[in-house]
Write a protein that binds this ligand. Sequence first.
Ligand code: SAM
Ligand code: SF4
Ligand code: SF4
Length: 371
Amino acid sequence: MVAKVIPLADLRRLASTPPPPAPAAPFEGDLRDALGRPLHDLRISVTDRCNFRCSYCMPKEIFDKHYRFLPHDALLSFEEITRAARVFVSLGVRKIRLTGGEPLLRKNLERLVEMLAGLRTLEGQPLDLTLTTNGSLLKRKARALKDAGLQRVTVSLDALDDAIFRRMNDADFPVADVLEGIDEAHTVGLGPVKVNMVVKRGTNDHEVVAMAERFRGTPVVLRFIEYMDVGATNGWRMDEVLPSGELIARLGEVFPLEPLGAAAQGETAARWRYRDGQGEIGVISSVTQAFCRDCNRARLTTEGKLFLCLFGTQGHDLRALLRGDHADAAIGGAIAGIWQGRSDRYSELRAQLPPAPADGARRVEMHYIGG
Ligand code: SAM
Ligand code: SF4
Ligand code: SF4
């Protein structure tokens, strides 16, 4: 067996960081990036910590007891996150997803949800406010999150079989508890609950049919995600990706499927329904069918760096702006300027790119940027 090289340096620091953005004149109008894409969706990572060690996201060999997570004062406070969110909303954001790391590990998260739930879109509507979680603490927290104003949750679940679940997440946690969390989320009204399954060929692909069977005919919408080459630590290999086309063909042999109409613009999942009327599933084909041309998503890391693409190597330091003496409108102007310069479309270009970024910079890790 070839030993894995464990990098000693802090992976976050290896990414080159541009100078902090300067405050700018307030932005007015219809904000578009260099490829004409609007900014509608903001993912906010509230912690870089997690109680799981999914091999595709935070492999245990690297994220071990020596790994230094962000110190508390580096994290954006709830007030700073809410202020940043308000500025993004003033630029057209309508949907906010809280993520991490494991977002439910952030203390008093329901307080942040309550603060965000008070924001209104440019059209005066409440935000579409959601959260992605590994489900381990969901049973305990679902009610408080709902009461605070959260609308929906997405739960990540990669297998129904305990042994395979453990192989995927390297944590000693029973599947039954995640299933109870899903039920509780549904009961308190955090639905329709979506369940995301990352499929790794050779590890959990034989669980696809069992997962489909478990959630068919229930209000839960199951989505299969192609294993992605995000970050620089998961040892990604194309032969471990199960292309969505193959997955649909395999599943369709057991439960006949038909495609549903095109998803809403910016929607990442292609939708299919069971021909026998037992509901729908989604496939997220980030590797084999890129959807960059509709990508209207920005990501804010736990320490306030703005990333324009999941495969970015650089974040723009919004924390410096938020902690400086600047008006919201000036921060909005700075963010608008950054968005206008955005031309990222990594997934579309993947096949033509060298295996690592040409400038030696490292791609940001998923647990840090938020999925
Ligand atoms: N801890 C929470 C969870 O797992 O739901 C939220 C953060 S996690 C980074 C967000 C999503 O990213 C999860 O659904 C996870 O399965 C997905 N993800 C992480 N690494 C991935 C990879 N290499 N390929 C595809 N999806 C990945
Ligand atoms: Fe944790 Fe989510 Fe990453 Fe798994 S995918 S290690 S649960 S942050
Ligand atoms: Fe968006 Fe980047 Fe993913 Fe393309 S690769 S869909 S631009 S996050």
